[in-house]
Design a protein around this ligand. Sequence first.
Ligand code: KG4
Ligand code: ZN
Length: 338
Amino acid sequence: MRILLAIETSCDDTSVSILDMNSGIVIDTLSVSQMIHENYGGVVPELASRKHFTNIFPLIDELFMKNNTDYNSIELIAVTYAPGLLGSLLVGVTVAKSIALSLDIPIVAVHHIEGHICSNFMDSSELEFPFISLVISGGHTQLVRVNDYNRYEIIGDTLDDSCGEAFDKVAKMLDLGYPGGPVVDRLAKQGIRDVGFPRPLLNKPNYDFSFSGLKTAVKVFLKNNPEVSREDICHSFQNAVCDVLYRKTERLLCETGIKRLVLAGGVAANSQIREKMASLEGVIVNLPERKYCTDNAGMIAKAAWFRFRNGFNLLKPGKYDDLNPVAYMRLDEEKKLD
Ligand code: KG4
Ligand code: ZN
């Protein structure tokens, strides 16, 4: 079998994946989450890049062994080159270049957020345009209109903290560890009382989000009401986030008349948000499998497969110098490299 090997190292997860070049199906993905950052309550960039470097080659060896394949079967390399932590991206890009160089094969450079969107299409299914994507991750909160391959319009964005950051910061206030999203999700289910946190920007006519005021509201409430349970705080906070995301998304779908919604990003693993979005009437809602919500190379493999077929960012041998990591890059401002 001829394979595509994908590499994802944009933040604190080292991940590699293989995809069957004939069918476009993601065969297997292995990831290592860097637990070291738990000690600091957030990702330490320098530590993240060092860890990627020590993790990556043993992880590729393990993936090959598990799937009874090897370097000689690779036809194409895919790598996340933007956006993310520069040092972390640099490890992935450098490893991709060195493998491609030694095998004399092309590289597909992938935008991380496009990867998240493609986490909904890991089997042989095709993208159907147009659709709206709600991207909710540790770094992004965006409503995106996807018109065609690589044709994105960012309609709403966060003005301050991302949705995932808000989950992580509230979890930190409650001493729930890092990353906080999964624990807040679990505790929210046990909460009973909603203390009524604000719904930021809900009544503004645009599609932008803001979560820093909500985070401050939780902080002030905690100070003044130390007796309220962590379960009720999580329940109330999550209700507020979910409400804002749902109502803005619903309004955009209604206004554009688009009938398909694609959820993407780590926060798309959240039980309440999934359930609420799935209840949208008259809309086909794509929810990525939970294991593909947070950062993983499977989604990069799939995005690379679409890019390869559409001839976007496909760097032939001799052209690798055009590929460099980029820390900040909006999805709708990506310039073709090849
Ligand atoms: O997409 P992702 O892996 O990383 C970025 O590209 O930023 O998202 C990570 C974020 C973290 O903030 C984490 O707390 C959040 O996703 N997250 C969740 C859940 N699982 C992960 N947030 C809410 N509920 C969850 N179940
Ligand atoms: Zn991500």
